[in-house]
Write a protein that binds this ligand. Structure first.
Ligand code: SAM
Ligand code: SF4
Length: 351
């Protein structure tokens, strides 16, 4: 049996927390929550420092072969206009990101097999040849050979959120797949030497604190280098349209506990959190986050990558986003990182 105080003391001492202790932290009451956020902020400072890393995200296709119940890009949503960027358009967006000073680009899309493995490999190779940039891919579930080819082409990182570690809930919200296969992909990615990112959505219908504790345990077990923690936000053209949005405080608590359990990880202030509340970035940076991912998708298509409504980064132009980030970081006395922001090397690993 754990109570909040003993679980927090253990976390501060660096003891590995079991699911019950993680659950006790997630159940923090209003005053305890502030204590939890302060502890996560301190652990973030001690393990990854004060610098904040920027990653430019380029959402290059909103076609998707999957039908995830929560996502506006699901294949059965016929109310959105689909788009695909050409290789040239993607490379132009990458060039803009580099000119604005980014050191990482994240290429993200729905699961769109139009971009076959050689096309993605060529794209990665061209980016690495032309620009001094780290490349993160986030293209969903593919075969091990595809992941291997992209890694060999130079891709540094891969984001593939587990979404939920509850097998039953997973099978409902992602009817085309299984948690087992998703985790298999994450293991392949780790094995191939990618810096690997997972993450979850907080507030999915049917989720409990025990599920969230399971999420954090799974990310620790997988030893992920990155974790995206954001609220679930209902999209009007999905089967989950009537569900409530994830709770702000519970999302922040989940982020903070993830920081306590994965002290070295890179944790973004997620766009979904910034959509839920305008001061999402600041709140996240104060309870464990150390990464911001501005949107560099070309303006002409950006509003079509609508995974949930009112996505915070749809209107803001990259230059304006950078200005407001700089102002926020100055206010928080957090310097902007100038390096690639690679994950700290786990002993014995190859990258
Ligand atoms: N298709 C790839 C995949 O699913 O891994 C990458 C793109 S997908 C749009 C990126 C992330 O968007 C997902 O991992 C999911 O967590 C998030 N997402 C989608 N719909 C969402 C919603 N309604 N609320 C919050 N996050 C959502
Ligand atoms: Fe497709 Fe990813 Fe959205 Fe699922 S979450 S529908 S895989 S884009």
């Amino acid at each position: 049996m754990h109570n909040f105080a003993s679980a927090l003391a253990k976390a501060k001492a660096g003891t590995i927390l079991d699911r019950q202790a993680i659950g006790a932290l997630l159940a923090a009451g209003p005053e305890e929550s502030q204590e939890l956020f302060n502890a996560a902020n301190q652990i973030r400072h001690d393990h990854v420092g004060d610098k904040v890393h920027l990653r430019a995200i380029i959402e290059f296709s909103n076609y998707c072969r999957k039908n995830c119940l929560y996502c506006g890009l699901r294949r059965d949503n016929h109310s959105i206009q689909r788009y695909r960027l050409t290789e040239r358009e993607i490379l132009n967006a990458v060039k803009t990101a580099r000119e604005l000073g980014f050191r990482t680009v994240v290429l993200q899309s729905g699961e769109d097999l139009y971009y076959d493995a050689p096309t993605i490999a060529r794209l990665v190779e061209t980016i690495k040849k032309r620009h001094d940039l780290a490349v993160t891919l986030s293209l969903g579930e593919r075969g091990r050979d595809d992941y291997r080819d992209w890694r060999e082409a130079g891709a540094d990182r891969y984001l593939l959120k587990q979404e939920t570690a509850d097998e039953h809930l997973f099978s409902i919200i992602k009817p085309d797949g299984s948690l087992q296969q998703r985790v298999q992909c994450l293991r392949w990615l780790k094995d191939l030497g990618y810096q690997t990112g997972s993450g979850n959505m907080v507030g999915l219908p049917g989720q409990s604190l025990a599920t969230l504790a399971e999420d954090i345990s799974l990310m620790r077990e997988l030893d992920v280098e990155m974790a995206g923690i954001g609220p679930f936000l209902p999209h009007h053209a999905t089967p989950l349209k009537a569900a409530a949005s994830g709770d702000l405080v519970l999302t922040l608590k989940t982020l903070a506990v993830t920081r306590l359990c994965l002290p070295q990880a890179h944790l973004p202030a997620t766009t979904s959190l910034c959509t839920l509340t305008p001061d999402g970035r600041k709140l996240a940076l104060n309870c464990g986050a150390n990464v911001i991912m501005p949107n560099l998708t070309p303006a002409g298509v950006r509003d079509k990558y609508l995974i949930y409504p009112q996505k915070a980064d749809i209107i803001e132009q990259p230059e304006a986003a950078l200005k407001s980030i700089q102002a926020l970081l100055a206010e928080l006395s957090r310097p902007l990182a100038q390096d690639y922001g690679h994950a700290k090397k786990t002993p014995g690993r190859s990258f």
